[in-house]
Design a protein around this ligand. Structure first.
Ligand code: SF4
Length: 312
């Protein structure tokens, strides 16, 4: 099946996924990949599935979803591999546009130096590019790229694309404990992302079983540090620390809202105070959430923040 969902996505609302690459064909073999190790490592773009085949499956799915009264916010290319390896990507996006639903592509950006790939991605409404580190040695360690790829060429490709892309460009950085979570790597990567000037920058952590067992998420302290470093340079930063679509279960409105905010954005204590008074709640709620390990207090540069506990 080439189409799945719709799945709830924090970034894209209700997203209908399109799997335009067979598992697991990729240009990278990231240590944190949730699909497992790469079987076919390649940088050659190919014809995997025809535009007609994808169009027909999407069409059928849209008809059945609309019939059940559900809505779809995005058609998202998010395959079990790298979507830009599909040589028909641009043509397929163009065809899917006829449904009147926005199109998103989540790419590792490793082929974005190729003008044809840039042209294909320019057809989309929303593109996410991966930049885990601007340091060559860290990039090799975390993304384990195909031998002929060159990080500087990829970064220049992202900059070129960002300059010419008029729709929504976002970046994503997966932070892995002990691999790319140093202040140097985070700062330099955030500086480069700042030059790329995306609409939004996402910081992710491995939240599903990764390809390598040794991969661990960073601590809340490090995650908050990453968030502060990125936020000092970039206008819109969001954390994604759970697999998307997580339901927090029963809770009061204030609790639910606060947990939703703190999962994507650490808050200073004074901001939490402000939130509590606006929602007619008292600090006891925070003490309770800390006690049951849903929240954690951490200090960064002399300021105390509250963040959702990721190690519970
Ligand atoms: S780029 Fe994506 S699909 Fe490819 S190995 Fe990395 S995480 Fe997996």
């Amino acid at each position: 099946m080439l189409v799945f969902g719709p799945i709830p996505s924090r970034r894209l609302g209700r997203s209908l996924g399109i799997n335009n690459i067979p598992p697991k064909v990729c240009t990278y073999s990231c240590i944190y990949c949730q699909v497992g190790s790469t079987d076919t490592m390649t940088i050659d773009r190919k014809d995997f599935y025809s535009t007609d085949q994808i169009y027909d499956e999407v069409s059928e799915k849209i008809t059945s979803i609309k019939g059940s009264g559900e809505k779809i916010d995005y058609l998202t290319f998010v395959p079990d591999g790298e979507p830009t390896l599909d040589i028909n990507l641009g043509k397929t996006i163009e065809r899917l546009m006829s449904f009147g639903i926005k199109i998103a592509v989540i790419t590792n950006a490793s082929l974005i130096w190729d003008k044809e790939v840039q042209n294909d991605l320019r057809q989309a409404n929303w593109v996410s590019v991966k930049l885990d580190s601007v340091y060559e040695d860290i990039w090799r360690k975390i993304n384990r790229p195909h031998g002929s790829l060159n990080l500087q060429k990829i970064i220049r490709g992202i900059e070129e694309f960002a300059f010419s892309f008029c729709e929504e460009l976002v970046t994503e950085t997966m932070v892995v404990k002990g691999v790319n979570d140093s202040i140097e790597s985070l700062s330099k990567t955030a500086q480069k992302i700042c030059e790329i000037n995306p609409r939004k920058s996402f910081i992710l952590i491995p939240s599903l079983p990764p390809a390598e067992k040794s991969v661990k998420p960073p601590s809340e302290e490090i995650l908050n540090r990453a968030f502060q470093i990125y936020s000092s340079l970039l206008p819109d930063v969001e954390l994604i620390v759970y697999s998307e679509g997580t339901d927090f279960g029963y809770s009061s409105d204030a609790e639910k809202e606060l947990l939703s905010i703190l999962a994507v954005h650490p808050m200073r204590k004074d901001a939490v105070d402000n939130f509590l008074s606006r929602s007619n709640s008292i600090w006891d709620l925070i003490d309770h959430l800390v006690l049951i390990n849903k929240l954690k207090e951490i200090t960064y540069s002399g300021t105390t923040f509250l963040i959702k506990n990721i190690t519970r």
